[in-house]
Design a protein around this ligand. Structure first.
Ligand SMILES: *[C@@H]1O[C@H](CO)[C@@H](O)[C@H](O)[C@H]1NC(C)=O
Ligand SMILES: *[C@@H]1O[C@H](CO)[C@@H](O)[C@H](O)[C@H]1NC(C)=O
Ligand SMILES: *[C@@H]1O[C@H](CO)[C@@H](O)[C@H](O)[C@H]1NC(C)=O
Ligand SMILES: *[C@@H]1O[C@H](CO)[C@@H](O)[C@H](O)[C@H]1NC(C)=O
Ligand SMILES: *[C@@H]1O[C@H](CO)[C@@H](O)[C@H](O)[C@H]1NC(C)=O
Ligand SMILES: *[C@@H]1O[C@H](CO)[C@@H](O)[C@H](O)[C@H]1NC(C)=O
Length: 188
């Protein structure tokens, strides 16, 4: 469920599909901690770098049916060469409501489409026991970002709670890097 990271980004950056972006979003490290081993049978998140692009694969298997799920998400950002931390958001919300109702919101729907593309099945509450909820090849599509995003580093914290109890924590760090677009494409 590392995809909450993308949700969070969609909440901030309005998608605009236009020209090629001159930046890349690189995820450098992802750490997960299975805080409550009574809840997960298996929890994994793997990061792959292929052709300068970051891909995430993630798998979640619960030991029992999860009817209540909420998310606490924090995104910190440091502009290039700056030591000043900017907190872009610190939010907590009901994941069940979000998953069920995302399609009603234009902004959330973009995320919904992305999740549909990468998930092995529909993610919704209740999450069933012994079913592997997987996400494959999840990547950051720069086209979903505004045309201008400042360069810098970010740290994304995502915590999952069930019945107000912390069950897992994901921390991802990465950077926004300049990326040379094809100059001939611009001239045409
Ligand atoms: C369980 O997690 C491990 C990593 O901790 C992963 O390699 C494996 O594929 C997962 N198993 C299933 C059945 O998803
Ligand atoms: C990846 O990035 C490096 C350094 O910026 C660059 O030299 C290389 O050509 C890039 N590779 C691809 C496949 O874009
Ligand atoms: C989705 O929204 C409707 C209307 O606001 C609400 O009644 C429903 O409980 C929501 N779904 C979930 C799973 O919370
Ligand atoms: C899940 O699978 C384990 C091991 O195969 C089994 O012991 C357990 O009873 C199963 N739980 C449910 C709720 O199906
Ligand atoms: C993930 O994407 C990479 C690069 O596009 C590709 O080589 C790989 O086969 C894909 N894997 C899956 C499971 O789709
Ligand atoms: C991930 O864990 C390693 C080893 O504990 C630590 O050195 C690193 O700083 C952690 N990274 C993040 C993004 O928290």
């Amino acid at each position: 469920m590392k995809f909450w990271f993308w949700i969070s980004l969609f909440l901030i950056f309005r998608p605009m599909r236009t020209e090629e972006r001159n930046f890349r979003v690189v995820i450098e490290q992802v750490n997960i901690s299975n805080v409550d081993t009574n809840v997960y049978r298996n929890l994994s998140c793997e990061l792959h770098q292929i052709n300068n692009r970051s891909y995430l694969d993630s798998s979640h298997i619960f030991k029992y049916t999860i009817r209540d799920l909420s998310v606490h998400a924090v995104l910190d950002f440091w502009k290039l060469n700056s030591k000043t931390k900017m907190k872009l958001y610190d939010v907590q919300f009901d994941a069940c409501n979000f998953l069920e109702n995302a399609s009603k919101n234009r902004l959330f729907n973009v995320y919904g489409q992305s999740l549909k593309k990468h998930a092995n099945m529909k993610f919704k509450c209740p999450f069933l026991a012994n079913v592997s909820y997987e996400v494959h090849n999840m990547t950051m599509d720069e086209q979903d970002f505004p045309s201008f995003v400042p360069l810098g580093k970010f740290r994304s914290l995502i915590e999952y709670l069930t019945n107000q109890k912390l069950i897992s924590r994901f921390i991802a760090t990465g950077k926004i890097m300049p990326y040379a677009t094809d100059p001939f494409k611009v001239l045409q």
